[in-house]
Structures are given as C-alpha cells and as structure tokens.
Design a protein around this ligand. Structure first.
Ligand code: ADP
Length: 327
C-alpha cells in the first residue's frame, strides 16, 4: 500500500500535443480514486506517467515519499490492468495469473498459493485449468485482475478495464471491483470516460477536460456542487438542464438537474410554461422532454405521473437547486 503524490505534472508529446497540464493530486494510501473525463482529455496519459510507461515532461511524482520520475516501471511496485487485458491466449487461467510471478522467479509453492488466493478472491477457482479461449469476457477480466493481484502491488492502476463488457456485466464488475478494493485495502487509481463508473466506484473523483483538472471531490460533492459548467454537464445522467437567464442584469447560464424540476400550477411562484415533447417510461420513473421557450428541458418524474406529448404544463424548481454559471 502506498500514497501517490502528483505535483504540477505536465505532459507534452514529441509532436507538440499538451496532453496534461499542471496536474496536482494527493492520493491517500488505500484510497480509490477515479479519473474521469471525455476521450482525449489526458486520463490515460496521467496513468501511464504514474506507471512509468510515459516520461513526465514537467513536475514530480512521488509514491509514498520517494520521487519516481526516473524510476523504471518495473521498479515502481505498481500493477496495471488495461481494457485489452494482454492475456496469453495459449495458456490456461492458472498460467496466465502466474505469468508475472514466473518471470520474477517466485518459488513454485509460493506461486501456487498466490494464484489460488487470488482466484478464490475473484471467484474463478473452478476455471484455473481452463484455456483462456473458453472464457467469457467477464471471466477474462477477472483473470487480468488476478494477474495484477498476485504481484501484491502498492498501487493498482486501471485504464477503462470494463469498457468492452456488456452493460449488465459492467454493472456487476463495478460492484466486484469496489468489494475487491475493500478486501485488498490497496490504493486504486481508475481511469474511465463513464461518469456512472466514476460516481459508483470512486471515493474521490477527479474530473478532467482538455488536460486540466476541473474538480476533485467525493461523488456527492461533484454531483451536488459542480465547480463549473463542464462538470455540471458531464456528471449526472440524464444531464443537468441548462438555459439562458439573467442575474443582476447580466446574461448567464442556469442549470437545474432533471430530478429537481416539478410540475406545478400556473399560479405557483416561479412557474414557467412548457410543452411536453416526449415521455419515456423507465419503469421506476418517467423522463419527460419539455420545450420551455425553445429550450429542451428534461424532467424526471414519478412513474405514475399522468403526462402525455403535446400537453401544456407549468414547471418550477426550488431556487436552491439552481446552479448559475457565467458562461
Ligand atoms: P484519454 O485517456 O483521456 O482518452 P489520452 O491521455 O490517451 O486521453 O490522450 C490525451 C491527448 O494526447 C490526446 O489528444 C491524444 O491524441 C494525445 N496523445 C496520446 N498519446 C500520444 C502520443 N503517443 N503521441 C502524441 N499524442 C498523444
């Protein structure tokens, strides 16, 4: 286990791309941090710099209190799990998990014990003799995790490890990864473009855009108090509604989350007229797409709300739920 300190780190690739700009973050020993942002925002580059697979152009990286900038990847005591698992298709599950230990010449008995322990933890004991080709996507994902676990690293780095699994399996693996983190107590740094993964797994979330940190906070902090319009629009699904408004005589953007919009009477203070464009029934709730003075507003409402397309309604929201951005 180890803390990771990233101080003022920037990355400029040889072709001039500035992938990461002045990134600073203190990750506590044993913490589960998720770095989230759209494709190309620099998430993988950060992870690869921590892993030692990419040189740091500027700034400092510490694992515990040791400066790592010039330490080779193999000497950083880190395990990395990628989206494409880099497993060896001609080997069985046991040998895939044991692969790194074998290369490091770990004694055979110790190797076996570690593989069995990891397989038990991941619920794949019964698959150890199976050739990799007979495994499902989720099982392969567990094998890749197993390979990372047996190395007993100080830090786990994960780069979109679930993105090629189907939606149901992703949900299941999310929960499994959270439990695995609780069991291992090791520092996890996890990269994803999927805000739901970030919200559900991260103890803290780092939202990035265009190489720059936009906000760092717990899922609750980032969801309830997004520090700028980018974070407000990126975190949350369906996304926050934005519309032009005025405050103190100046034009600005207001944001209200779909669950904070409600139907009301015409005489309710702050009531705004809107027309229903579309209603989506999701089982436990309905999403209602409204046209409010030419702007599309999504309202989340109870499943039994009586509402239909073309209906004229009034909507309102509590001012405390309105976010104002000066852009
Ligand atoms: P993300 O993981 O958020 O999708 P990356 O860290 O992979 O983003 O990439 C960040 C930016 O750096 C992108 O603009 C990408 O095109 C660029 N980039 C990534 N790798 C290289 C490279 N080896 N050489 C030049 N540019 C790169």
């Amino acid at each position: 286990m180890a803390s990771v300190t990233i101080q003022g780190v920037s990355k400029r690739y040889p072709n001039g791309t500035e992938a990461v700009k002045n990134f600073s973050l203190d990750i506590r020993d044993g913490e589960f941090v998720v770095i989230v942002g759209p494709s190309g925002c620099g998430k993988s580059t950060i992870l690869r710099m921590v892993a030692g697979l990419e040189e740091i152009t500027q700034g400092d990286l510490y694992i515990d209190s040791c400066r790592m900038n010039n330490v080779a990847a193999k000497d950083r005591n880190i395990s990395m799990v990628f989206q494409n698992y880099a497993l060896l298709p001609h080997l069985n599950v046991f040998d895939n998990i044991a692969f790194g230990l074998k290369i490091r010449k770990t004694p055979k008995a110790e190797r076996k014990q570690k593989v069995l322990d990891a397989a038990r933890m991941l619920g794949i004991e019964h698959l150890l003799k199976y050739p990799l080709g007979q495994l499902s996507g989720g099982e392969r994902q567990r094998v890749a995790m197993g390979r990372a676990i047996v190395r007993d690293p100080a830090v786990f780095l994960m780069d979109e490890p679930l993105s090629n699994l189907d939606a149901k399996l992703r949900t299941q693996m999310r929960a499994e990864l959270t439990q695995l983190h609780q069991r291992l107590g090791t520092t996890f740094i996890y990269v994803t473009h999927d805000q739901t993964e970030a919200m559900t797994m991260g103890e803290r979330i780092v939202v990035m855009d265009n190489g720059v940190i936009q906000q760092v906070g717990t899922p609750e902090e980032v969801y309830n108090c997004p520090s700028n319009r980018f974070v407000a629009g990126f975190i949350g699904t369906p996304p926050m509604n934005f519309f032009r408004t005025e405050q103190d005589g100046a034009a600005c953007t207001a944001g209200v989350r779909p669950e904070h919009i409600q139907l009301c009477g015409a005489n309710t203070p702050g009531a705004r007229p809107a027309k229903v464009d579309l209603v989506e029934f999701l089982g436990a709730e309905k999403l209602v797409y409204l046209n409010m003075s030419g702007e599309t507003i999504i309202m989340k409402t109870a499943a039994d709300t009586q509402i239909a397309p073309k209906q004229a309604v009034f909507i309102s929201w509590n001012e405390t739920h309105m976010h104002i951005y000066q852009t």
